[in-house]
Design a protein around this ligand. Structure first.
Ligand code: ZN
Length: 135
């Protein structure tokens, strides 16, 4: 699994021009899942200055992976976060500017932009990984 994951990371790092990033991956059990959403397959922490990223994948979520390519989708999804790291910085700035008034506004704007950002990444991931399967 580790070898397969490393190959997938290398493949998409190359395609997305993210070769200057040091990306590591670990597999965790469902019970050790500390993610915000318990349904998430993967989670990533990254440092844009050091260009280091650590991806954690829930092992249970990728058990029947043959047809669905869940692991590749999860990795590509997280790598898109690195690809759009600048865009995330812009989102954070916009949230700060548009939400000076109340905490409620901040949460509203933040959720709106973050959810849209996740949708965009999910669509691109779906298109790219499924295209590959259809060939
Ligand atoms: Zn995401």
């Amino acid at each position: 699994m580790q070898k397969k994951a490393t190959d997938i990371i290398k493949k998409w790092q190359r395609k997305l021009y993210l070769n200057d990033w040091d990306v590591s991956i670990e597999f965790i059990n469902k019970k050790d899942n500390k993610f915000k959403s318990k349904t998430d397959v993967a989670y990533m922490q990254y440092d844009t200055c050091r260009k280091e990223a650590d991806i954690s994948v829930v092992l249970d979520a990728i058990k029947d992976d043959k047809k669905k390519n869940t692991l590749e989708k999860a990795i590509l999804h997280e790598l898109f976060h690195l690809f759009y790291a600048d865009f995330k910085t812009i989102i954070d700035e916009v949230v700060t500017i548009y939400s000076k008034d109340t905490k409620k506004d901040k949460e509203f704007v933040e959720n709106l932009l973050e959810n849209k950002f996740e949708e965009v990444i999910n669509s691109m991931t779906r298109v790219l990984v499924e295209d590959k399967n259809e060939v």
